[in-house]
Design a protein. Structure first.
Length: 278
């Protein structure tokens, strides 16, 4: 799930990344973490079409799609499209999919929307100069980051990231329901940046496969560039360490990538994002 201000539709081919399993011993764990998170939106009772598919039914492509092709040559793209008909969706192509997957999708009418870096950093002891970057001094006075544990705060958290993602109010109740009913909620920590009693920023952390996967980093438009994302990222790294994870990882938008580099993340892999225009 893309962080911050959304990357779909923005070319990012200049990202320096490494494809393939040899790039890092963390690769398998990172992508297993991402698959768990994305498929947690609705993967139950789906037909086996040779892909890892999730369908929440929500009217936003972030919550429906394919996160991995297990065998590009044996993938029935037409059957996948029928399974996801009626909802907006994306096909995520990372190094855990066969190398020829992107070509197969193009052959069947797929359109590459963007290339996004997958950024990784080791956890353990805080890294001097990274875990609290210099721009942390700009954080708004009175801002605090706290875990979301009750239904009222969960609704505020969803409303904040929904608005930042440009999603209208229609799907909000379904998004709250999907968040609360995830089967892997024991692995998930939701963090809210709160200012004057109002949720102004969000992140969702999934701690699984020895990786702290960071998703849904969003900040209310009027408070961007005021240290809110910095505070959220710092808190997410702290939670990952407390839960004994070995790595932190995220998919960065162009707007978010400079911040994560200051936190010591490096672009190690990439996702190519596809859709299928009607």
């Amino acid at each position: 799930m893309v962080d911050s201000t959304g990357a779909a539709g923005t070319s990012h081919d200049a990202v320096r990344i490494q494809d393939g399993v040899a790039a890092s011993p963390a690769m398998g764990s990172v992508f297993a973490n991402f698959r768990q998170y994305l498929m947690g939106w609705g993967a139950a009772d789906r037909p086996d079409l040779g892909v890892d598919l999730f369908r929440s039914g929500l009217a936003a492509p972030q919550f429906n799609g394919v996160v991995r092709a297990r065998s590009a040559a044996g993938t029935d793209v037409a059957a996948v499209r029928r399974e996801l008909a009626g909802v907006p969706w994306w096909w995520w192509v990372g190094p855990d999919s066969p190398e020829e997957t992107a070509d197969v999708l193009r052959h069947h009418g797929g359109r590459q929307l963007t290339v996004m870096p997958v950024m990784v950093r080791p956890l353990g002891a805080p890294v001097a100069g990274h875990d609290r970057p210099d721009d942390d001094a700009r954080t708004r006075s009175g801002l605090r980051v706290e875990p979301v544990r009750d239904g009222g705060r969960l609704r505020e958290l969803v409303r904040t990231y929904r608005t930042s993602m440009g999603i209208g109010p229609g799907p909000e109740a379904g998004m709250v329901r999907a968040e609360s009913q995830r089967g892997d909620n024991a692995d998930i920590v939701r963090l809210a940046a709160v200012l004057d009693g109002r949720v102004v920023g969000t992140t969702v952390l999934i701690t699984a496969h020895s990786v702290a996967g960071i998703f849904l980093v969003h900040v209310a438009a009027e408070l961007r560039r005021q240290g809110v994302a910095t505070a959220l990222t710092s808190a997410a790294l702290r939670v990952g360490r407390e839960r004994g994870m070995h790595f932190a990882a995220l998919v960065a938008s162009p707007a978010g990538e400079p911040l994560y580099r200051r936190f010591g993340f490096t672009a190690a892999y990439r996702y190519r994002l596809f859709d299928f225009p009607d």
